[in-house]
Design a protein around this ligand. Structure first.
Ligand code: FEO
Length: 426
């Protein structure tokens, strides 16, 4: 029970940081990290936030840290609690950046009950490999009695894994929010009213971690927004003690539909293409004309060569149907098409209608490759794509027109999806 620093001190001294009397941060700083989960940039590093909550009848540890920061975590934890006092270990999320020190914590505090979301069992199995799999499954509303403090769980699945939950101290209005409201921003001053400007990190983190699950974010906000909130303590980045509701409101703004189709009753079809000599463009235009022939679909045509990827991703997220036209060069679709397709992991495109088309010189693999990628992204590809050798003939342009019309009929529900014979496509 030593080394407790006061709320204004920074975390450099490796002591626990007090949020409230009896509530401490015992996490770890990782200022040198430059990418997270391989794909996220982290110009300011990150923090792995874990917390200790002391009640009159028990002590809870909320989350741990990445495994190679365990020593720091245990030093901070030991400064505010003895292992024998710990009655509850809560994992809001079992990704290794938060569960890395869990196996060792379970060994040091074997009497403690482990609380995780019922959806977390497969992850727990993968993590502990049978070492100790006993846990208390939580639901929204499940509580843990610590005497004069009560922890209550809120299930927030997919933010960022299916197992994710938040934990709320009812008496204090403190929300331990897991990845929700977090960001990769390491500043040893820890609190949002003391650290540097982290708005970019907050928005970037939302865009890459939360945005694909916007509907789940809105469901989570319906649970969180009514709570009296004194402080939000996320699993990464600054602790939000100054105006925490502002961050809740920002999440709601970011999760609202970004673009408004003026004709809300129309379906939207976006056609993207690249064209070296005009052939794939002619096919794109024929496809657009065919789709417009069928009423009820608003068609937009974009030459990828003339656009940035980010705005296209925004458009794609709101669209109902997507068609991609790519020439085949050296047996492959062209790089800008792959770049746009690879950006779609940041948005939810599941269930949208997809299609591919393009001209080629001698082999023409691009259409099939793009179709495979679209299926991999869980789009429906209900109509076989169109290929044309070099300059499309009148008949091939007619096929493009028919493809556009078929897509429009699928989008407007006037054509039932059919099972594609994969062998016939080979
Ligand atoms: Fe911070 Fe999804 O782990």
């Amino acid at each position: 029970m030593t080394m407790v620093t006061n709320p204004t001190n920074c975390a450099a001294a490796e002591g626990a940081i007090q949020l409230l009397p009896g509530v401490h941060w015992v996490g770890a700083l990782d200022p040198g990290l430059r990418s997270f989960d391989i794909i996220l940039k982290t110009a300011n590093g990150t923090t792995y936030n874990s917390y200790v909550v002391r009640g009159s009848a028990g002590v809870a540890v909320i989350d741990t840290v990445k495994e190679n920061f365990s020593d720091t975590f245990f030093r901070r934890l030991e400064s505010v609690a003895d292992y024998g006092e710990i009655t509850a270990i809560v994992l809001n999320h079992l990704e290794p950046d938060h569960s890395g020190a869990l196996p060792e914590l379970l060994r040091r505090a074997p009497q403690a009950k482990l609380y995780i979301s019922s959806r977390g069992q497969p992850m727990l199995k993968g993590l502990l490999h049978g070492d100790r799999l006993a846990y208390v499954p939580t639901q929204t509303g499940t509580t843990v009695d610590l005497g004069d403090r009560t922890l209550r769980f809120l299930q927030t699945p997919y933010l960022h894994w299916p197992d994710t939950q938040c934990t709320y101290i009812e008496e204090d209005g403190v929300l331990f929010s897991g990845d929700v409201f977090g960001c990769h921003f390491c500043d040893q001053r820890l609190f949002n009213d003391a650290v540097g400007d982290f708005r970019f990190s907050f928005e970037y983190y939302y865009a890459h971690i939360m945005r694909p699950f916007r509907s789940h974010v809105l469901e989570a906000l319906d649970l969180i927004a009514p709570l009296p909130l004194k402080l939000i303590a996320p699993a990464h980045g600054p602790i939000l003690r100054e105006a925490p509701q502002r961050y809740v409101a920002r999440y709601r703004e970011l999760s609202a539909s970004g673009l408004k189709n003026e004709a809300a009753d129309e379906k939207t079809l976006l056609i993207f293409y690249l064209s070296a000599y005009g052939s794939t463009r002619a096919m794109a235009e024929a496809l657009a004309a065919g789709a417009e022939d069928a009423s009820g679909v608003r068609v937009s045509l974009y030459d990828i060569e003339g656009g940035e990827v980010a705005p296209f991703v925004d458009l794609i997220e709101e669209a109902d149907g997507l068609a991609f036209g790519s020439p085949t060069i050296n047996g492959d679709a062209v790089k800008p098409v792959w770049d746009l397709l690879s950006s779609l992991t940041a948005v939810n495109v599941r269930g949208k209608v997809g299609a591919a088309f393009g001209s080629y010189g001698w082999s023409g693999e691009a259409v099939q490759m793009v179709e495979d990628r679209l299926r991999g992204l869980k789009l429906r590809v209900p109509v076989k794509g169109v290929r044309a050798r070099l300059i499309p003939t009148v008949e091939e342009l007619g096929e493009c027109r028919a493809l556009g019309r078929e897509l429009a009929l699928h989008l407007t529900g006037r054509q039932e999806s059919t099972v594609i014979d994969m062998a016939a496509l080979a």
